[in-house]
Design a protein around this ligand. Sequence first.
Ligand SMILES: Cc1cc2nc3c(=O)[nH]c(=O)nc-3n(C[C@H](O)[C@H](O)[C@H](O)COP(=O)(O)OP(=O)(O)OC[C@H]3O[C@@H](n4cnc5c(N)ncnc54)[C@H](O)[C@@H]3O)c2cc1C
Length: 412
Amino acid sequence: MSGTVHIIGAGLAGLSAATALAEKGAHVVVHEATAHAGGRCRSYDDPALGILIDNGNHIILSGNRSALSFLKRIGGDSRLSGPASAKFDFVDLASDRRWQLEIGRGVIPWWIFSRARRVPDTRPVDYLAMARLVLRPGAGTVGAVLRCKGALYERLLAPLLLATLNNDPPTASARLAAAVMRETMAAGGEACRPLVARDGLSSAYIEPALAYLRARGAEVHFGHRLRQLAFGDQGLETLDFGSTVVTVGASDRVVLAVTPDAIARLMPDTPVPSEFRAIANLHFLVAMDVEPPFTGVIHGLTQWIFAFPGRLSVTISNADAALDIPREELARRVWREVSSIARQPEELPPWQVVVERRATFATLPEQEARRPPARTRHRNLFLAGDWIDTGLPPTIEGAVRSGQRAAQLAAA
Ligand SMILES: Cc1cc2nc3c(=O)[nH]c(=O)nc-3n(C[C@H](O)[C@H](O)[C@H](O)COP(=O)(O)OP(=O)(O)OC[C@H]3O[C@@H](n4cnc5c(N)ncnc54)[C@H](O)[C@@H]3O)c2cc1C
């Protein structure tokens, strides 16, 4: 490829585009506003706990083919870990009941015919609702397609959709819910094995990507916040970073892999999602390692518990309401649930609450309609990010796939 490709933003979308282009031999220059790469998916040294933690617990599933191909390219796949089969432990705090859901390997869901393996208090016929959602989601909400009540909804669909859509499921886009189900549950257990970055997000997703880029002669500039774009007859002409202005040459291309609010400032005519949802993570240091690695919690403030060596960590998606609770009270309330589930001492251990207020855009049908395509009306400018119209929810898979798409267009 001739010319330079400038990638603005070193989140997963930007790194996905940059590494795909570097693999094709393109000269890549990455410009990131902050002092670090990874955006909403990275590790940092937490001063309160004195250890390296992630900005949020991130899980992918073995059916996330774009995320896994990105990780294979950069060599981060060996830093993932997870169970050998699609097993998920659940606890219902209202009934004090525990069960393990094991999704069979194949595409035919034999597991729903086994009382021991399906969700307690459900019947095989209940699962037809999932087929309806996958096959005929329509353009409206999940609530318009599914009866958002009953054991199957409360004990499986709600936790799954809340975690992947980061929105109250009944008001979320049915199309996005269907896309998740199609690429995971409907594809069988082989596509549903949960995978986490064993030693932190940066060690799997970010550091290997930066090393991959540097090994291929790419430049990565931190502290380069794009402030303004200038267009002319030939498309995008300059990138203004404040202290430096970069001229976009005749054979150069640019991928904007920034956040929707940055696009709203840089290209005010482009519609972008404008409503967001928070995710909160709570971390507790524990003396002994705990099994299982993931536990879904029903009828609690806690939604998922992740067990790491010496640490239990809780995810609360769609967390805006939980953020009204003062931090210490939130930590105490969540620890009360976690200590009883994981059989830990009642006394509150060292803790931390990490909040991403704009974790993802709100996956409502009207926000979904504001997602722009990767191609812009300018021949040398492309968009990437989990908020681009990928047909997927705002997840690692969506961000990486958007970067792949932008790279294809930029290389064409
Ligand atoms: C707490 C939390 C938990 C999550 N859990 C999961 C999960 O379990 N599974 C999953 O699949 N997904 C999860 N996600 C979603 C996932 O993290 C995101 O979808 C993904 O990281 C988005 O990547 P991105 O590159 O699109 O955006 P970003 O990560 O936001 O990257 C955009 C980058 O652009 C930079 N930038 C912005 N403006 C400018 C500018 N003007 N100039 C230069 N650079 C700029 C930013 O600094 C940033 O580095 C979670 C997200 C959060 C916050």
